[in-house]
Write a protein that binds this ligand. Structure first.
Ligand code: DOR
Ligand code: ZN
Length: 420
């Protein structure tokens, strides 16, 4: 395997409290001590660039098996690489769902050739139907790294409790899509905008009731839970209070909830429709404050590709938007440029904390660790959906000017993305 040297780069490694200019050496897929250069050494001039640990995205829909017209494992990981993401958590709402060891093995096998590390989420109920538990031990032996019914909540609360207990035994996280099924099913946030558009709304209460249930379970049973895609001020407040009481709860939000609000829906463009939906300005500011004060641990994308054809129908289009290629840039723009988080804190939210939640390697540039790294630069660019690397184009960041750009990504010692 080739040797790589990145010269004269700003090394930002918050897990080790490092922020200094120096050289980074990579050999045999790992960060190494300084090595003599030879004819096989790839030299990268890092002048003006920042090197940070590869990002870890806790919430990605790869659509493979079953919906590979939207995305597949290879194309999804190419999009990941273009966003500086070197490990991701792949959600189980594929077709079939990830509810059998065969499907786990299929994904693991195909992911061997991908440009990012794929951690597989096993379903908690068969077909994500909410009523029949999967064989978690069998899924774990086949290679899952987490449990969720993401896309929908686990309908049967007793199955959720039992999954949380098993997950704690084998030390993998349970990630929860929080939603009350009886309040769910609308098209946009319930309120002024849903009324103006004349479509059924998704109330914040649907998410908040789900968040409350998962916190109650975690607190009553003393078990850990990870809350997915937090979008409301009320859910953030509940998570904050739960953390203060010592509940073992962690949480993520997504860049679109930091940068956009329900106002965007007045465009009548389904690329701005996702679940949970874009909310109010009050909610957006609450997400930013919750990241700042540590209530929300991580930024994950909920990368949810859908074809242009599906997204052409504003009301009937499926929920979801892509996000891996813009997540760092958008988060940098709204958090670092605005003085809310330092760059080190942003890397904590996008790499260090996700590594801890997932109990995986990464989140550091430690000598000896697998060489997963991204180089970025403070630079203005405008998001053009046609220039993105995944199969689908449904980004709500289209046309927006962002303030940082991923320039190069290295995954286990291999250059997987270079911004040309
Ligand atoms: O917007 C969403 N899209 N939310 C989900 O929970 C599922 C996801 C998808 O799979 O498309
Ligand atoms: Zn979800």
């Amino acid at each position: 395997m080739e040797k790589i040297v990145i010269k004269n780069v700003r090394i930002l490694d918050p897990a080790n409290y490092v922020d200094e200019v120096g050289d980074i050496y990579i050999k045999d897929g790992r960060f190494s001590a300084p090595e003599p250069e030879d004819e096989n050494t790839v030299m990268i001039d890092g002048t003006g660039l920042t090197a940070a640990p590869g990002l870890i995205d806790l919430h990605v829909h790869l659509r493979d098996p079953g919906q590979t017209e939207k995305e597949d494992i290879i194309s999804g990981c190419r999009a990941a690489a273009a966003g500086g993401v070197t490990q991701l958590l792949a959600m189980p709402n594929t077709k079939p769902a990830v509810d059998s060891p065969e499907t786990v093995r299929y994904i693991a096998e195909k992911a061997k050739n991908a440009d990012a590390g794929v951690h597989i989420v096993g379903a908690i109920t068969k077909g994500l139907g909410g009523h029949e538990p999967t064989d978690i031990k069998a899924l774990y032996e086949a290679g899952i790294s987490a449990l969720s019914d993401d896309g929908v909540p686990v309908l049967d609360t007793s199955i959720m409790v039992s999954a949380m207990k098993t997950a704690a035994d084998i030390d993998i996280p349970v990630t929860a899509h929080c939603e009350d099924p009886y309040l769910a099913g609308g098209k946009v946030n319930e309120g002024m905008i849903s009324e103006l558009l004349g479509v059924k709304g998704m109330p914040g209460a649907a998410e908040d009731a789900g968040t409350a249930r998962e916190i109650a379970l975690a607190e009553s049973y003393g078990l850990p839970i990870h809350i997915c895609h937090v979008s409301t001020a009320v859910s953030a407040a509940m998570i904050r209070a739960a953390k203060c009481r010592g509940v073992r709860v962690t949480a993520e939000t997504a860049p679109h909830y930091l940068m956009l609000t329900e106002q965007e829906l007045l465009r009548g463009d389904a690329d701005y429709r996702m679940n949970p939906p874009l909310r109010t300005e009050t909610d957006r500011l609450a997400m930013i404050e919750a990241l700042r004060d540590g209530t929300i641990d991580a930024i994950a994308t909920d990368h949810a590709p859908h074809t242009p054809k599906e997204k052409s129908d504003f009301v009937n289009a499926p929920n979801g938007s892509i996000g891996m290629e813009t997540s760092f840039a958008a988060s940098y723009t709204v958090l670092v440029e605005e003085g809310i988080l330092s760059e080190a804190d942003l890397i904590r939210k996008m790499s260090v904390n996700p590594a801890n939640i997932l109990r995986t390697y990464g989140g550091t540039l430690n000598v000896g660790a697998p060489a997963d790294l991204m180089l970025y630069k403070k630079e203005k660019w405008t998001v053009d959906p046609e220039k993105l690397h995944g199969k689908s184009k449904n980004t709500p960041f289209k046309g927006l000017e962002l303030s940082a750009k991923v320039k190069l990504t290295i995954f286990r010692g291999r250059i997987v993305f270079r911004d040309e």
